[in-house]
Design a protein around this ligand. Structure first.
Ligand code: MG
Length: 161
């Protein structure tokens, strides 16, 4: 295979009444929460799918089937770790990653540094290799109406020497 491979992942979760959002492992107090089988960390899910996609290793639904009762309330950091380990077992390592979070509220700007730090630790890369961006959907569609939160991730991996 080539020295470099690219992966793309995205995920969306419905927002329901609750008391926090979990984004890249950062707990953000808020009046809604992600409806999910796992802990509902939409960023980690998008990142895991991007990692798996980079080496055509399937998707997180195959790795952690929602039908499996063991995935109820699952810590999504474990999903990312599993994907990182699979990338490593296949002879590659993460070069850099770029993440976009789409949600109408709350403003998560002050949490982005903690999200980058969590992702850098999980992926085994420096902070400079992790980008986290966030924006609203300008009031449009389900995200804009505050009914959903979405994350998109693109990752580059390179052959380990
Ligand atoms: Mg998900």
């Amino acid at each position: 295979m080539s020295d470099y491979r690219i992966g793309y992942g995205e995920d969306i979760h419905r927002l329901i009444e609750g008391d926090h959002l979990l984004l890249a492992g950062v707990r953000i107090p808020f009046g809604k929460t992600a409806l999910a089988h796992s802990d509902g960390d939409v960023v980690y899910h998008a990142v895991a799918d991007a990692l798996l996609g980079s080496l055509a290793l399937g998707d997180i639904g195959e790795l952690f089937p929602p039908s499996d009762k063991k995935t109820v309330g699952l810590d999504s950091a474990l999903i990312v770790k599993k994907a990182v380990n699979l990338v490593g077992e296949n002879g590659y390592r993460v070069t850099n990653i770029d993440v976009v979070i789409q949600l109408e509220r709350p403003n998560v700007a002050s949490y982005k540094a903690a999200m980058r730090s969590n992702l850098a630790n999980l992926l085994g890369v420096s902070l400079g290799a992790v980008s986290v961006k966030a924006g609203t959907n300008e009031g449009l569609d389900a995200i804009g109406k505050g009914e959903a939160v979405k994350a998109v991730a693109v990752v580059l991996v390179e052959k380990a020497q």
